[in-house]
Ligand binder design. Sequence first.
Ligand SMILES: [Zn+2]
Length: 315
Amino acid sequence: MYRQLGIDTFIQQQLGNWDMAREHYNDLRQVRQKTFAFSGYTIEAQYNPRRIISSSARVDEKSIRERPCFLCRQNRPAEQLELPFEEDYLILVNPYPVFDKHFTIPSVEHQPQEIRGRFGVMLNLAAYLQDYALIYNGPRCGASAPDHFHFQAVGKKELPLLRDFNAMRNTRPVASTRGIKIFGWNNYLRYPVTFMGAERNELERFFDLLYLVLLREMNTAEEPMMNILTCYTGEDWVVHVFPRKKHRPSQYFESAEKQILLSPASIDMSGILIMPRENDFDNITANDIKDIYNQVVLDCRMVNRMISQLVNQDL
Ligand SMILES: [Zn+2]
């Protein structure tokens, strides 16, 4: 039913019948935002107290085991509507929004947060939700439910990195292979592997190769730490994969006035730092921002090396 009505109608219908979600979306009007200028681009900070739940989520195994999963149907609020996508996914209005259109897209089944085998679905979702950027946060890279698979979707006009990419600010094409164009980033604080193309199968193949390179470079048997942003232009998919080396920066674990409660995920990687505490928002400096990105992302040199391995198929 909702598919015909369209996604906007789905949101309106949901906000019409769910008081808590409506209240939280109304609260977005009071969100404070400020901008930091860097060389050729900007980073924004958003003070958003509702996000404390996600930013401070305890994601260790014991805490996860002992809490009811908020993405499983039996634990979700009765008012929450579902828009099915393919057989295995549900589009849900996120009751803790960062932007005025914000979805959580869990798998129907309670299965762990793992991107392998699901990247194709991400491409399909991006093509279905063309005004949106699809988001994947790895289990140790900002996902607040590492035990229940989920994507998110937010309006793509909201994300600074996507605007920078469209304007080719601090990025340029560095190679192409099998119909896929690959882009590198310079002086940008975070260094995604960006690739675009129109052939779904080639993109999936490229992603699988990238996954193998990440596994090797990070020397891990678990899922390599990453955030992913994907959107569809009408012709091409554009994918930004952010290799990560750390879940949360040291500032997160400090005490008293040294603490900055910031748990970086895809939206932060895109250039909007979500800050649930006003004091942190008021006091954060450009140097803190640089330091936080430096701690959690893989540096430019390593990412460039991975890109050249991918292009040369030196695997
Ligand atoms: Zn679950």
